[in-house]
Ligand binder design. Structure first.
Ligand code: SAM
Length: 214
């Protein structure tokens, strides 16, 4: 199995501060495409594999109730500290729940999440592509079933020459996104030749997808 399939891989990243995936501001695709989902302000949004992403704060600022799921206690603590929030922390059998008003971070494994049919939308940035292929095959359905019927997913995937570079982030071809999320619609595709991290793979293409739980 690929090392990124094991929680220790990610715990090590957080312990040693290898956070190349973290963005200093809300993701540009989120800001551009989220409004096209047409969600009510009070929508309930799931952010799988959320890290300490600024996207969480952006989603809160839209009026949404936000639930993030994240393995690392370091990430959970850092998110609240950086936002100047003081969460309550409750230990449960599957998750440690960090909560403050409309934001809850569930510290634990996304594959343990059991809130079926309870979300209006999912934001997936660096989540699908963080997982090796065998886990992605389980992750797609696991996340979809947490959505209400008609609930939306906004997903950013990366595509690059995987024979020339290993993940994470993994290259996830369009056909795989379409297999994981039948009926997924392509919203945007941007190729970047200049990102030094993908030089050996001939650059990287970011692909934005919208899907619906039918
Ligand atoms: C590539 S990072 C992306 C974080 C965030 N989405 C962002 O955009 O900054 C992937 C995150 O998923 C977390 N993670 C990995 N496997 C997980 C799992 N099975 N359950 C919950 N979180 C997981 C890692 O700790 C890491 O913070």
């Amino acid at each position: 199995m690929h090392p990124a399939a094991h929680p220790t891989f990610w715990h090590d990243r957080w312990t040693t501060g290898q956070l190349g995936f973290h963005e200093a501001k809300p993701n540009a695709h989120l800001v551009r495409w989220w409004p096209t989902l047409g969600l009510a302000a009070n929508a309930r949004v799931l952010v799988p594999l959320c890290g300490k992403s600024k996207d969480l704060a952006w989603l809160l600022a839209q009026g949404h109730t936000v639930v993030g799921v994240e393995l690392s206690p370091i990430a959970c603590a850092a998110f609240f500290a950086e936002q100047g929030l003081e969460p309550t922390r409750t230990e449960g059998p599957d998750f440690v729940t960090w909560s403050c008003g409309p934001i809850t971070l569930l510290q634990g494994d996304i594959f343990e999440l059991e809130l079926p049919g309870s979300f209006d939308a999912v934001w997936d940035r660096a989540a699908t592509i963080a997982l090796p292929p065998d886990l992605r095959a389980r992750y797609g359905p696991q996340v979809r079933r947490q959505l209400k019927q008609g609930g939306a997913l906004l997903i950013v995937s990366f595509v690059y020459d995987a024979t020339r570079r290993d993940g994470p982030p993994f290259s996830v071809p369009d056909v795989e996104i379409q297999a994981l999320h039948p009926g997924a619609t392509l919203l945007d595709r941007k190729h970047d030749n200049d990102d030094a991290r993908y030089k050996e793979a001939g650059g990287v293409t970011e692909v934005v997808w919208r899907a619906t739980r039918t």
